[in-house]
Ligand binder design. Structure first.
Ligand SMILES: Cc1ncc(COP(=O)(O)O)c(C=O)c1O
Length: 393
């Protein structure tokens, strides 16, 4: 048996992707599963985007492209980013990747050396700690669990964890799993502080266009323009345009970093899928009506969820500002049912109700559950009916 590398042995599998496998196994046994674990839209990719992909295939746009993305897509990224975030990126700052997950991976590979510390939000998206460890870095948590306003993303929680070994910080806004957004004042303070200390600020804004508040999303590259040599934003088309399977994301970073990331991409995946790039041009430049409709539907579901969770009682949560997850504290119900932890509660719910929920421990927050509302209103109603009866019994 081959001896695996120490790096990969230290890595744990993605608990959320594991749930996808469990779901498939249960479905194969004929069970009807209500899936509140999904980290992807339940909507299909909009028609105009699919047509652009089909046209790319028919037009034989099926060969290698420049590693960091085709010029046509970079032009559209520049135009839409300028319109939405009032920041004019240069082509050399843009790296289009097969998914924003890979963008983040190569960004961290390009910046982190063994022994460097990376400050990661707690609760965290499952891949951050694993990616940091894979680079040989040390994970340090910016704790957003305690305090008077749980889940609130503050600059202070990051600043308090700074040490001379800090090399990068990751901000995820809107957050997966909490849906909270870091406001412009906090983000500007955070960027100022870390810029002065030569620390890279990475903003994962994969859910940027799924927002429920009236205000604008604070533009990370426009809050402290003098600090931009230390700011990178990692963006995704997966969630906004229901394109998870197309694998398309992009990073806007200082040129030297973008060039280093491109080098890693060159020797690993090469270019992102040519067809997906053509589809992405249509996604970004085409009609945004379907995005508005999807966000409106998520909002309706979020509000419905909040009402139902309130009615169940003893489930503290903070209303999400964006993304499509409800993250709530189920400690009371875990205790009342005599369970050891959130994992046991989630497993019992799966076995008895055929409902998939993600244990908070997967995000570093024991006692919590993440409930995705990227699933149909009919399933949400049925699932909540079952959950209410179960938790009250
Ligand atoms: C916070 C966060 N960042 C990044 C990603 C990666 O998305 P993708 O690689 O599909 O662009 C996800 C996906 O679940 C996510 O939740």
């Amino acid at each position: 048996m081959i001896e695996l590398s120490a790096r990969v042995k230290a890595m744990t599998s993605s608990p959320t992707l594991k749930l996808v496998q469990i779901k498939k196994q249960l479905q194969a046994q004929g069970k009807i599963i209500l899936d509140f674990g999904a980290g992807e839209p339940d909507f299909p990719t909009p028609e105009n985007i699919k047509e652009a992909g089909i046209a790319a295939i028919r037009g034989n746009f099926t060969k290698y492209t420049p590693t960091s993305g085709i010029a046509e897509l970079k032009k559209v990224i520049r135009a839409t980013y300028l319109a939405e975030q009032e920041y004019e990126a240069g082509d050399a700052q843009i790296v289009v990747s097969p998914g924003s997950k890979y963008g983040l991976f190569i960004l961290l590979q390009a910046v982190i050396d063994p022994g460097d510390e990376v400050i990661v939000p707690l609760p965290y998206w499952v891949s951050y700690p694993e990616m940091v460890k894979f680079c040989g870095g040390t994970v340090v948590f910016a704790d957003h669990l305690g305090g008077e306003r749980p889940f609130e993303l503050t600059a202070g929680s990051y600043v308090s964890r700074y040490t001379p070994r800090t090399k990068a910080v990751i901000v995820n806004s809107p957050s997966n799993p909490t849906g909270k957004v870091m406001n412009g004042g906090e983000l500007a303070e955070l960027i100022r502080f870390f810029h002065q200390r030569n620390v890279m600020v990475v903003v994962d804004d994969c859910y940027r266009k799924i927002l429920y508040g009236g205000g604008k999303y604070p533009p990370p590259l426009n809050l402290e323009p003098g600090a931009n040599e230390h700011v990178a934003v990692v963006c995704s088309l997966s969630k906004t345009y229901a394109m998870t399977g197309w694998r398309l994301g992009y990073t806007i970073a200082p040129e030297a970093l973008a060039s280093a990331m491109t080098k890693i991409q060159e020797h690993s995946t090469s270019n992102p899928c040519s067809i997906s790039q053509k589809a992405a041009v249509e996604a970004l430049a085409g009609d945004q009506g379907t995005v508005r409709d999807m966000v409106e539907e998520y909002r309706r579901r979020r509000d419905y969820f909040a009402g139902r969770v309130d009615a169940i009682g003893h489930i503290p949560y903070a209303l999400p500002d964006g993304a499509f997850y409800f993250f709530a504290d189920f400690s009371h119900h875990i205790r009342r049912k005599g369970f050891r932890d959130d994992g046991q509660l989630a497993m019992d719910i799966l076995e008895k109700l055929n409902i998939i929920l993600v244990p908070g421990s997967a995000f570093g927050a024991p006692g919590h559950l993440r409930i995705s509302y990227a699933t149909s209103m009919q399933d949400i109603r049925e699932g909540l009916d079952k959950l209410e009866a179960y938790l009250k019994s």
